[in-house]
Design a protein around this ligand. Structure first.
Ligand SMILES: *Cc1c(COP(=O)(O)O)cnc(C)c1O
Length: 406
């Protein structure tokens, strides 16, 4: 028998964190793995950035309000969330662009090796970026193998092993410490995409010896639509690592306007152009959601929410295949179900106020963000799912029209 959700919510050590968010009434939001919700502090901060900083102080704000430092000061808030030093993380550009920069740097850090090795179930954009980089360089190549084949494919031509920590379809969590060690044993670097784990799965980039990493700002870090991404370069690689996008803000002296490029010391060389201040301000304020939060408590609650979701789906005997690992420690912070009518079921659920998303070909994804979800929300979501399939609500014509973004 499952405990009453009201008891679990009453005893939840993270219950108060929900107050930091502006969640619309009548909505159970299970898509924080795609776009985190708005925080109260973000609304205030962006308003101040508009009214006081841009509106009144104009260009002086680069110095007076330290806009120029935001890529580093925001990164310093992300560093402890991923087990890195503040001097090893930088907020810049998007995840896709940051991955391009890091993979290019990684290839150069392993001269004589030509291969970027990736998993076939990796995030497609990551594979596209790696493939594009390989063809641009001419002498490099992308090798894509099934996840189980990675260890065998780690030969002496692999410069960088590039993996997502969480499988975006199934939510399966990869063994970051073991795969990083395997890459190192083969003489390769390990580059991790933490887009679906930073903020919900404790990560120890330094402790596990990770070389390079990237992650999204707008998913579980709640930075807002199109928030800039973050990148990590281990301290030991920073003086030798070079960004292929040698823009002026990565120069040692941007305002000297020298004709030649000299990379800035440390992680700053991975900056390229002018940072998006409104988006950085939003992300900066959003990261305050993590102030004073114990990430191991976040992980415990994430697993408990997922376990409960799966138990409820089973208790209702719902006609879904459970695509996620059943053991909590092997999942990220989502539960995925498979159903041939997955797309239309997700649409019908949204009409009932339960927001999830759909991934081709048949995956319904339910993101579980422990900072604002309650156990009662999980119960409500599965009850809505049960009602949708019991009444075949997804059969309605309007639920079959594909939108541009799923
Ligand atoms: C969401 C996500 C991205 C997104 O990249 P953008 O450049 O922000 O569009 C990249 N990688 C993974 C694994 C993701 O989940």
């Amino acid at each position: 028998m499952l405990l009453d959700a009201a008891i679990l919510d009453r005893d939840d050590p993270l219950a108060l964190a929900r107050e930091r968010f502006e969640l619309p009434d009548g909505v159970v939001y299970l898509d924080g793995n795609s776009l985190g919700p708005l925080l109260r502090g973000v609304r205030e901060r962006v308003r101040r950035t508009l009214d006081v900083e841009w509106g009144r102080d104009l260009i002086r704000s680069w110095n007076v309000h330290r806009w120029i430092d935001l890529p580093r000061t925001v990164a310093a808030k992300i560093a402890p969330i991923v087990g890195a030093g503040a001097d090893e993380v930088l907020v810049a550009d998007s995840t896709s662009i940051d991955l391009f920069k890091l993979l290019a740097a990684g290839l150069e850090l392993r001269p004589g090796r030509r291969t970027i090795l990736a998993s076939s179930d990796g995030f497609p954009s990551d594979l596209y970026v790696a493939g594009g980089l390989a063809s641009l360089r001419g002498d490099a190549r992308l090798s894509v193998v099934p996840r189980e084949g990675i260890a065998a494919a780690l030969d002496d031509d692999v410069a960088v092993l590039c993996l997502s920590h969480v499988d975006f379809r199934t939510g399966a969590l990869l063994d970051l410490p073991a795969l990083t060690a395997a890459a190192h044993a083969a003489g390769a670097l390990a580059c991790w995409d933490l887009s679906h784990s930073a903020g919900v799965v404790p990560v120890d980039l330094d402790g596990d010896g990770v070389d390079l990493a990237v992650g999204c700002g707008y998913k579980f870090l709640n930075g807002g639509p199109g928030a800039p991404a973050w990148l990590f370069v281990a301290r030991r690689h920073q003086e030798a690592a070079r960004s292929p996008l040698a823009g002026w803000l990565g120069h040692a002296a941007p305002f000297a306007f020298e004709p030649g490029y000299r990379p800035a010391p440390g992680i700053d060389r991975f900056l390229c152009g002018t940072p998006p201040i409104l988006s950085l301000a939003a992300l900066d304020a959003a990261l305050d959601a993590y102030a004073g939060i114990d990430l191991s408590a976040v992980r415990r609650k994430s697993i408990a929410l997922g376990d409960r979701f799966i138990s409820r789906v089973r208790a209702f005997a719902l006609p879904f295949e459970i695509a996620s690992p059943l053991e909590g420690p092997r999942r990220g912070s989502q539960v995925s179900l498979r159903h041939p009518d997955g797309y239309s079921i997700v649409q019908a659920l949204a009409e009932r106020g339960v927001i999830a998303d759909f991934r081709e070909p048949d995956v319904l994804r339910f993101g579980l963000a422990p900072l604002y979800l309650r156990f009662a929300d999980v119960d409500a979501a599965v009850a809505a799912l049960s009602a949708v399939v019991a009444m075949a609500e997804h059969g309605a014509e309007r639920h079959h029209v594909r939108a541009a973004v799923t």
